[in-house]
Write a protein that binds this ligand. Structure first.
Ligand SMILES: *[C@@H]1O[C@H](CO)[C@@H](O)[C@H](O)[C@H]1NC(C)=O
Ligand SMILES: *[C@@H]1O[C@H](CO)[C@@H](O)[C@H](O)[C@H]1NC(C)=O
Length: 447
């Protein structure tokens, strides 16, 4: 791309020279200095700035980012009309499309067609690799868009595919992984049941393989299919470099209402609604105390943690016994990371005092909009902590619409949850475009 323009510029300069029309010294100087200041990082990045977004819809992402109400209203109407006509506007590929495309073409074509960044964008990022653990079960197209947004060849990515996922989904991800260096599928697969230990085990499987991988990553981030980043790789790396050896782990005193999750024995019950509806239910049996004197904290399944913290979590004998003990609890993932991060001896230890608590709005990992804290009539005025959701709600969490993007872009968090391109593709498209543009500006203004 850039080479082509350079070629045109040189041709033009030659024509101008041949016709003996004088060019001001200033123009020549600026042409020259622009070339020499353009680093290889900038040139590489620019060659990838043409993401396949906005092709058919002429979306004005700049207006979306400014929260221009008429622009998002217009897009919402477009989506509404499409849904009424039972048409899905989505730029994601279907599960089978990946396998067809990759098997019919070469990987180079896939990587090119999907505009992957196949070079590191800066020296800083090259020297600070990240590891990702993906726990996913459906919609290869959405997973691929998340992967594409995060993919940089110096990082490493483990994808855990649910044991019960369709084979088309598994094949799509396997074919995709075969095209991208440092992307692999977890070799040990779990049958993931919502809120059970299997959810945690899926991450642990990836974490173990990531620790074995030759990429000496500095921090690990875990994501699910409905997440999308709000920051570029460079922005995350810059933050983490200066904050090492701290972890970003949500952790606060466990509310009394959640005590029974970890004091009683829970069992996975069968559901007649189908495999995906299974959930642990509480029994009347009290659990024995944990193997070590520990305080329970509440938090999230998602974390941003140093290599040292992950290694300690997986291999320290005391911590291993806590993981074992938690197998029959409800949502151990929302307690374990939060609790062990506050234990003395934890790499990046955070004192258990309340002053060191972090909830999901204070921690950087992930921003979610809970229905009960939105600025809407049914919420008491003093509880309205963020604007209303522009999409729909799933398990009382907002699935973002285009109208949420401007607000999201002003948050400090690395990621936002949840997105659904089958419902509102424009929200994801704009984040894709805005992040890629920001990366180009960063790469090309650095000296
Ligand atoms: C457990 O820890 C608490 C708080 O640090 C302490 O008060 C208590 O004595 C400890 N119990 C045992 C059995 O060590
Ligand atoms: C394991 O972690 C515990 C809790 O932080 C610590 O007391 C213990 O020394 C660690 N064990 C080893 C072998 O490092």
């Amino acid at each position: 791309m850039v080479d082509k323009y350079l070629f045109y510029a040189l041709c033009l300069a030659a024509i101008v020279y041949l016709k003996s029309v004088s060019i001001s010294d200033f123009a020549l100087l600026s042409l020259y200095s622009r070339q020499s200041l353009t680093s290889s990082y900038c040139r590489f990045t620019k060659s990838h700035d043409n993401l396949p977004v906005e092709r058919d819809f002429h979306i004005n992402c700049a207006a979306i980012a400014r929260e221009d109400p008429s622009t998002s209203k217009l897009l919402e109407l477009k989506l509404l009309r499409a849904r009424k006509e039972k048409k899905i506007i989505s730029s994601s590929w279907h599960d089978e499309a990946f396998t067809h495309f990759i098997r019919a073409n070469k990987c180079a074509k896939f990587v090119n067609e999907r505009n992957y960044v196949m070079h590191s964008v800066s020296k800083e990022e090259e020297d600070f690799p990240l590891a990702y653990s993906f726990v996913v079960h459906k919609d290869a197209g959405q997973v691929e868009r998340l992967l594409r947004a995060l993919y940089r060849p110096q990082n490493v990515y483990c994808i855990h595919v649910d044991q019960k996922s369709a084979s088309a989904f598994y094949n799509a991800l396997q074919d995709m992984a075969s095209c991208l260096p440092n992307v692999f599928l977890a070799s040990k697969r779990e049958d993931v049941v919502y809120a059970s230990y299997s959810r945690l085990q899926a991450d642990l499987n990836c974490m173990e393989e990531l620790l074995q991988h030759r990429v000496q990553w500095k921090y690990l981030i875990n994501v699910c299919g409905q997440d999308f980043p709000l920051k570029t790789n460079r922005e995350m790396v810059t933050h983490l470099r200066y904050n090492y050896p701290n972890n970003e782990i949500e952790s606060f005193i466990l509310p009394g209402t959640k005590r029974s999750r970890y004091s009683m024995h829970w069992e996975i019950t069968k559901s007649d609604k189908g495999e995906y509806d299974r959930i642990p239910s509480m029994t009347a049996t009290k659990k024995a105390d944990p193997p070590t004197n520990m305080t329970f904290f509440g938090g999230s399944a998602y974390l941003v943690a140093t290599r040292e913290f992950i290694d300690w979590s997986l291999h320290n004998e005391t911590i291993k016994s806590i993981f074992e003990w938690s197998r029959d609890t409800f949502s151990p993932d929302e307690m374990i990371w939060a609790s062990i991060a506050r234990m003395r001896g934890a790499p990046g230890f955070r004192h258990p005092h309340i002053k060191w608590d972090l909830n999901e709005l204070q921690s950087l990992t992930r921003v979610v909009k809970w229905h009960s804290f939105e600025d809407i009539a049914q919420v008491p005025e003093n509880e309205r902590v963020y604007p209303k959701c522009h999409g729909y709600h799933k398990r009382t969490i907002c699935v973002y619409g285009t109208g949420d993007v401007g607000w999201l872009l002003r948050q400090k968090h690395f990621f936002a949850n949840k997105f659904d391109p089958n419902y509102d593709d424009f929200a994801v498209q704009c984040l894709e475009k805005i992040l890629r543009d920001r990366e180009v500006v960063d790469a090309c203004t650095a000296t």
